[in-house]
Design a protein around this ligand. Sequence first.
Ligand SMILES: [Ca+2]
Length: 478
Amino acid sequence: MSGPIDRRDFLKLMGAAGLTALGGQAMGAEAPGRPNIIYIMSDDHAAHALSCYGSTRGHTPNLDRLAREGVRFTNAFVTNALCAPSRATLLTGKYSHLNGLRDNLDNFDGSQVTFPKLLQKAGYTTALIGKWHLKSDPTGFDYWNILPGQGIYDNPAFIEMGERKTHPGYVTDVITDFAIEYLRERKEGQPFCLVLHHKATHRPWKPDDERRASFERKQFITPATFDDDYEGKASAAAHADMRIANMPDYVDEEPEGLTPEERKKWNYTRYMRDYFANATCLDEGIGRVLDHLKESGLERNTIVIYTSDNGFFLGEHGWYDKRFMYEESIRVPLLIRYPGETRPGRVENRFVVNTDFAPTFLDYAGARIPGDMQGQSLRPLMAGSAAPDWRKSVYYHYYEYPLSHRVREHYGVRTERYKLIHYYSMNEWELFDLKTDPREMKNVYSASEYQPVVRELKTELARLRKELKVPDDPPAEG
Ligand SMILES: [Ca+2]
């Protein structure tokens, strides 16, 4: 064979068994054993908002289908629960302190090494569609079509390879249309990586008219921690400005004469209706992409990843938003399907963090993983293989204070059973025993029986900070 190989023809000729026997590297850039990659990331879609993660408030039949056909990760965390930092970590495989993007105000330095650039070098064609939010123009993508900044829900503007255009319609539908168009029209004969970033379910959680109507009368149970009074927690919890009781979003629509408790419940119901209607549209859009992959024959050799840039409080602790190192905020949904390499419906409990994505993609592409990327390839976990040295603890670090929502800077370590958090600018600590207190309502940092645990976790925290090359703390405020 000479010249570029048409991958679809080649697939037909060889059949799946023949492809596996060939191995990943034998054919160079056009090696048929190398999978396509579609990385779908939503914005603020909490793991506990998906029915496959046990949600009874939201129903996500299409994402549930991905879970049934792939691997569902139950302990996937982000390293900094905020929009732009999460995206920078995805691209670089590095924590915020090394990729230089600590909060939503920072600019991303697009000259640094990122996985899309390395995939290009390895012979992939790369594309980015949807939310970007990193201020500087995308680098490492052969094609990009992005929302400016946060973007808007209705009739959104996009910047396509530097050119701004407005598109009629609802943003989730528009992004989905762009993705399917890309899959249809991309140049064949080359493996591709499509990074598909949805705006949904970001505030203001605006659903399209059809879904809004279908959620108009829906009622939602309130979470067990809805009335958390923050007693015993570090002062950061009470100081934060993200309480549903005071949310400004629906002030113009609120009925008059409500008591504070009634107002909180009214806001919560309104917020849940918008959030879950919005998430329903997101789920349907992802279903359309999955349908296209099946119909087009791309399904078999394409890895599909679904995750979110961070978790979200859906009324837990009386809050909306994210940022805190508490479970609802740092935990993200993670579903990965790769027919042939994953056993359908498997559940994986080992700790995954968002630095792992870049090494994983490079591993599947047969490209070298740079030594300074801080994550690990998920490939052994995908296959359900033993990985004796796999991480048993996760380091987290949040920086953006006071904007927005006044959540104090903090870092911490989460192990299987415990979570230790240090609000370093105030030198306050929290320790939660997730076995006896999974909802993180009782700070046991000062309890005498937990002092051996505090010492052990402080040692582990120091070890992680050294390993991850975290700079020393700035001095605490006086
Ligand atoms: Ca986000």
